[in-house]
Design a protein around this ligand. Structure first.
Ligand code: UFG
Length: 320
């Protein structure tokens, strides 16, 4: 298929673009490089360096079989301080994309949604039938886009799939996580191992979990990318399907820090800090629907293995 990957110079987008190319698809990346990196675009892939607002019509006029839409603002904390950046940057931009797809007859969409659409869970593991009550603006904007996609699919025959990611981690060779502002646990812990930070702060050790620290579902970015390929194949005209993607296993912050110690051989000092606002105690996905309907199964579920891939990528950046 000929596929447009928005945000294909970012973390998840670049890994997906690489896997799509390896599977024989023709890929074009549209990215304004506001948070992405030109050198994260896989070899042989054309990069259109522009925003969706100005460029999407011209690009889709070429004719595409589908769009994988990753381009987004994705910092939870920032979304609370600067909501306009998220409502415009995520929702308005995605509506422009949907309208352009409609205008140019682009038949398929795979959208990068998030577990943040659910908010504080009533039940764990979290299924797609769980109530959607986002506790931050980031999650609210992604949920609004999901609603828009549902109605465009029903009214205009779009074949759409939203994938709700839990905690994405790991790397794929030279494609990995490198944010200007880092807020995610594993990259922060690895920065300590690299000597770029003194210590990691554990946000609370009095949560109702086995060791008192928050539990999350860390999914390897390659497993996540492979779900996108399956989603493309299973997208059905006029339907909007939604799938949670996690590996179904929860790991606590302490377990993550321990795995990083084991992989890096660094003592990684950790201090307990106050709880971070908006953090639920436990977020673990039920990916049953993805397993049964997409035939998807996470293959890289070992936490040390996930950390090892992230560590190799982090060290390769240092050497660069
Ligand atoms: N944490 C620390 N210290 C840190 C950073 C994080 O203790 O320095 C803890 C957090 O409190 C949390 C866990 O590590 O308990 C994971 O935090 P991350 O920031 O890595 O990830 P989140 O679970 O907050 O966020 C992820 C995605 C978001 C998505 C959210 C869904 O990164 O995009 O899951 O709820 F919105």
């Amino acid at each position: 298929m000929k596929l447009l990957v928005t945000g294909g110079a970012g973390y998840v987008g670049s890994v997906c673009a690489a896997r799509l190319v390896e599977s024989g698809h023709e890929v074009v990346v549209l990215d304004d490089l506001s948070t992405g990196h030109a050198d994260a675009v896989p070899d042989g892939v054309r990069l259109v360096e522009a925003g969706i607002d100005e460029a999407i019509g011209g690009v889709l006029a070429e004719g595409f079989d589908g769009v994988l839409h990753f381009a987004a603002k994705s910092l939870v904390g920032e979304s609370m301080q600067d909501p306009a950046k998220y409502w415009h940057g995520n929702v308005v931009t995605s509506l422009r994309l949907l309208d352009a797809m409609r205008e140019h007859g682009t038949p398929r969409l795979v959208f990068s949604s998030t577990a943040a659409t659910y908010g504080e869970p009533e039940q764990v593991p979290i299924a797609e039938t769980a109530p959607t009550r986002p506790t931050n603006t980031y999650g609210a904007t992604k949920l609004a886009i999901d609603h828009a996609i549902t109605s465009y699919a029903a009214a205009h025959g779009l074949a759409a799939v939203s994938l709700r990611y839990f905690n994405v981690a790991g790397a794929y060779g030279r494609f990995g996580e490198r944010h200007g502002v880092e807020t995610h646990l594993i990259p922060i812990v690895l920065q300590v191992a690299l000597g770029k930070r003194e210590q990691v702060q554990v946000y609370g050790d009095d949560w109702p979990t086995d060791d008192g620290t928050c539990v999350r579902d860390y999914i390897h970015v390659v497993d996540l990318a492979d779900a996108h390929l399956r989603a493309l194949e299973h997208a059905a005209t006029g339907e909007h399907r939604i799938y949670n993607l996690g590996n179904g296993l929860g790991f606590s912050v302490r377990q993550v820090v321990d795995a990083c110690r084991e992989v890096t051989g660094h003592p990684i000092p950790a201090d307990v800090a106050p709880r971070r606002a908006g953090d639920p105690a436990v977020l673990v996905a039920s990916s049953e629907r993805a397993r049964t309907e997409l035939g998807w199964k996470p293959e890289r579920v070992d936490l040390a293995g996930i950390v090892r891939d992230a560590w190799e990528f982090t060290r390769s950046l240092q050497g660069a």
